[in-house]
Design a protein around this ligand. Structure first.
Ligand SMILES: [Zn+2]
Length: 93
């Protein structure tokens, strides 16, 4: 009689789920890049602040957890928060 342990079951589940997670990740990335959401990849850096036109630093120094996670800038000139696409972030969200 064949028996399977909980650990084996867990490993099997993870191995089976990996390609699904990878596909979901790629779909999110591609869709995010097209629709410019937080999941997207921005390969062309925004040139300046949309509000005051000040140039943005190439090397990002995250000012908060959201910037660390999703990227983005805080304009050194006017203090506006920008997302990775160089758009002004809604402060309420
Ligand atoms: Zn600015």
């Amino acid at each position: 009689m064949m028996s399977i342990g909980l650990g084996e079951l867990l490993v099997c589940t993870v191995i089976l789920l990996m390609p699904i997670l990878a596909v979901v990740g790629i779909v999110l990335l591609v869709r995010g890049t097209k629709q410019k959401t937080d999941f997207g990849l921005n390969l062309s850096l925004p040139t300046g602040c949309p509000k005051c036109g000040a140039p943005l630093p190439t090397i990002r120094a995250p000012k908060n957890a959201r910037q660390l996670l999703w990227g983005g800038w805080t304009c050194t000139s006017c203090g506006v928060e920008l997302d990775k696409w160089g758009r002004e972030r809604d402060r309420t969200s």
